[in-house]
Design a binder for this molecule. Sequence first.
Ligand SMILES: Cc1cc2nc3c(=O)[nH]c(=O)nc-3n(C[C@H](O)[C@H](O)[C@H](O)COP(=O)(O)OP(=O)(O)OC[C@H]3O[C@@H](n4cnc5c(N)ncnc54)[C@H](O)[C@@H]3O)c2cc1C
Length: 439
Amino acid sequence: MHRVAIVGAGFGGLSAARALAGQPVEVTIIDQRNFHTFQPLLYEVATAGLDSGDVAYPIRAIFGRADNITFRFATVTGVDWDRREILLRDTHSLPFDSVIVASGATAKFFGIPGASGYSYPLYTLTDARSLRDHVLRQLEDVDAHPEMAAEGAITFVVVGGGPTGVEVAGALAELLDVAVRHDGFRFDRAAERIILVDGLGRLLTPFKESAASYAATTLEGRGVELKLGHMVKAVTASHVEFDDGTQIPTRTVIWAGGVTVEGTVASQLGAATGQNGRLVVGTDLSLPGHDGAYGVGDAAAVLWGPDPADSDRICPQVAQVAIQSGGHAARQILNRIEGRPVEPFRYQDKGIMATIGRRAAITQFRNGTVMRGTLGWLAWLALHLLYLIGYRNKIIVLVNWSWRYLSWGSGPRVIVGEVVDEPEEELDAGGPGRDRPPG
Ligand SMILES: Cc1cc2nc3c(=O)[nH]c(=O)nc-3n(C[C@H](O)[C@H](O)[C@H](O)COP(=O)(O)OP(=O)(O)OC[C@H]3O[C@@H](n4cnc5c(N)ncnc54)[C@H](O)[C@@H]3O)c2cc1C
């Protein structure tokens, strides 16, 4: 039986495995986590709107009934192309005939001093949980010691004006509101600040100007300050510094400033890589020079289509690209096994979406039409429910959202992690954030 290894159980890896379920191949899906993460809703976990389990799903439960699919809980460290084996951190290896690399990306800090050590990225479930704990801890601190507001305890700086930054900033504004109105926090609301920063002069660059200015006006209406056209120059445990020399005291810098494949396993395979470490792939998504190997999703520089007009147009790192490219790579493996010609990948653009918060979202369709406000928000809710994995999660998230919409007050505003206070000198010496584990 032809053996297919799939590295990563994100949108790309799951889509590939689904296309191979029930086919005459033996599939092993390998992931360093035993669950799939629904990244588009991580910001809700980080801002105490949803719980961790609502946006994660055990990989084994997805494929438990598929006889030809097995799961291996392991970290991939590389590929031995001569022996055709996947190398695992536990020193074992896994032989393959075909491999699909769907290992995703990671947060990019652009070498900004202090950014990786002191800011809070939002890429994994662990990131989202530690950010939630940290934010709630700031609220507790300032409630007990109001003077801490002047030290930046309730100043939240969000770096990156793309969809994730906009979503986090909007959700933080709602969280602060709920904290005071429902949880009895007594901090001075005039002292709270949410600052959304982007080096470009506008938010949401993939969206039309009108959609971006709607997002900007809505955020400002909800108390978010926009600092556009400015770059972060340095992050420390106590403040953030900008390129105009301004320093803002804060303990919370949330990093939504971009992603890279550099430093991930995809960049360590000995395969050709391009900008941001993304794997170079052919029009059929195969890795040049590596027979039977494919790159999909965030990890790969997936071309929009084979037509000359699209030949240097690289797809964005979004869920739809991962889903479509994962399924395509799997189908090419079957084509090759069955002696059929391979087909080029063509991205079917279904439009883009971003939410700003309650009853405010933007949906931009492929033809450029923009739907915004409550309608855009309902479309955003429906689509996220549709793609969320598992019926239990869909139902829980729907109930959660409906309840929150009706009552405002609900949400898992719990600090789960243990907090270890560290001496000030260690923080000044560039150690990890106050209540954040290193790394
Ligand atoms: C906060 C956030 C919000 C987003 N919101 C949206 C949105 O609203 N709409 C949208 O379309 N897109 C959104 N995206 C982008 C979207 O989530 C990604 O494009 C998509 O998840 C990419 O899927 P993937 O399968 O390529 O990679 P991933 O989903 O990242 O999956 C990669 C998998 O590989 C595993 N892995 C990595 N390295 C190893 C290793 N060495 N060994 C074993 N396993 C490994 C990981 O554990 C992970 O499970 C968002 C991303 C983030 C971070």
